[in-house]
Design a binder for this molecule. Sequence first.
Ligand code: FES
Length: 102
Amino acid sequence: MSWHSSVPAADVLEQGSMGVEVDGLRLALFALDGEIHATGNICTHAFALLTDGHVENGCVECPLHQGLFDIRTGRAQGTPVTKDIATYDVRIEDGIVWINTE
Ligand code: FES
């Protein structure tokens, strides 16, 4: 287990998504139905930050070529994206988002 503190949960819930750098990784935090989820922030197709994309129906749309990823599972939803993004366990402690990078 390798847990790292990141940002206040309230900020993520208010903004809907937020990019963070934790343990040398560029990660994305997304708020869905009042819960916070962590995924890789770099699209698996080419270089784009998913936190610059649009979130709808539990998926984030890559801003570059509109590839879709399920935020809860990281699953790529079809071309042009074929490789899933990583997902990470999250817990909230004293209002701070902690992310497990292992
Ligand atoms: Fe994300 Fe192409 S870079 S779909």
